[in-house]
Design a protein around this ligand. Structure first.
Ligand SMILES: Cc1ncc(COP(=O)(O)O)c(C=O)c1O
Length: 351
């Protein structure tokens, strides 16, 4: 019964609900509504089972080379993980001393705070960044807000920052720009760009994420990782997906079109929908007569909307808290799924 003190008091990260049955409209974890490339099915069908008898390539050389060439860089600058969550966890072990701090935007991906707690170091929002801060996680586009910072702003921040900046670009394929050229630039000393196969490539179940950064930082991450952190099936399927850029880009463009159409439909119903550069929107339902648009009543109202939709078999995401509790995060699905949601909103009279 020797559980470390910081683990005993750890508040674990709670992932979004993964319902077992069919018949629900699942818009809560920013998955892609379209299937992965047919090249992935082919890679799986043709996968030689003898490859499972042996350990996988610890350096996933082929996948790493494909990712390097996709991003116009060298394999030495590419690190791959069991989902980008693992890349984050390895970064927290590589770039942070015990008395240092991890920072991120606020609100942002809630796993970051848990990562700091697991590492037993302090977490802070941007206003608390000081000399002890050694890792800044800048989600762009941000989650759950969908807001976007220009690459020049991030570059200017990194130039002044003493530690490592990881630009978490989980949603970059749905955005108008990204920071990859900053990560591959010759003079870059401290900026890492991270991507995932879970969103635009429709492969959340495969668990592959990667990052690109300065060679010395990438080398440090290799030292810390488990020997075989990306399994043989994941390597083969991710490689097939990378080679079919057209499939990924076509689906991402469809999601973006649906996002714009759905945002307009919500706005027509009185919702507040800040522009999103991602595959979700962070929207505030209108306040009914007599209820203030902000404050406790608005939070209670939004939570009630979340539960009403859940009852109607539509799952979206609700994050309690002063900065997030008056909105719900809605993943962009197919046009048909979004129409079902819009109809439910009309039927529930959320306007
Ligand atoms: C901002 C952000 N980063 C990283 C991840 C994790 O991605 P992965 O599935 O690659 O672990 C998510 C997942 O929702 C996310 O929203």
């Amino acid at each position: 019964m020797r559980i470390a003190k910081h683990v005993r008091k750890l508040e674990e990260y709670v992932p979004g609900e993964q319902p077992k049955g069919r018949g629900v409209v699942k818009l809560n974890t920013n998955e892609n509504p379209y299937p992965p490339s047919p090249a992935c099915a082919k890679a799986l069908a043709g996968f030689d089972l003898d490859r499972l008898r042996r350990y996988p390539d610890p350096n996933y050389s082929e996948l790493r080379e494909a990712l390097a060439s996709l991003n116009g860089t060298t394999p030495e600058r590419v690190f791959v993980g069991n989902g980008s969550d693992e890349v984050l966890s390895i970064a927290a072990r590589c770039f942070v001393e015990d008395d240092e701090t991890i920072a991120s935007l606020d609100p942002s991906y809630s796993l970051y705070k848990t990562l700091a707690a697991i590492r037993d170091v302090r977490w802070t929002g941007p206003s608390g960044v000081g000399p002890k801060c050694s890792l800044f996680l800048w989600t762009n586009p941000n989650a759950p807000t969908g807001s976007f910072a220009e690459p020049a702003e991030i570059a200017a921040f990194a130039a002044k920052f003493r530690g490592v900046v990881i630009v978490d670009e989980a949603y970059a394929d749905f955005a108008r720009a990204n920071c990859m050229s900053l990560a591959t630039a010759e003079g870059n000393r401290n900026l890492i760009v991270m991507r995932t196969f879970s969103k635009s490539y429709s492969l959340a179940g495969l668990r592959v994420g990667y990052c690109v950064g300065p060679e010395d930082l990438v080398r440090a991450m290799y030292k810390v990782k488990d020997s075989y952190n990306v399994d043989a099936v994941a390597q083969a399927v991710a490689l097939a997906a990378v080679k079919d850029q057209k499939w990924m880009k076509t689906n991402a463009a469809k999601v973006v079109r649906t996002r714009e159409r759905f945002s307009k439909a919500l706005e027509e119903r009185g919702w507040d929908v800040p522009h999103s550069e991602s595959n979700f929107v962070f929207a505030r339902p209108p306040a009914p007569a007599g209820v203030r648009a902000s404050g406790k009543a608005a939070h209670e109202r939004t939570e009630a909307v979340f539960h009403a939709l859940r009852k109607a078999n539509i799952i979206v995401r609700y994050f309690k808290g002063p900065k997030t509790g008056d909105r719900i995060r809605i993943t962009i699905g197919t046009d048909k799924q979004m129409d079902t949601l819009t109809r439910a909103i009309d039927e529930l009279s959320i306007r």
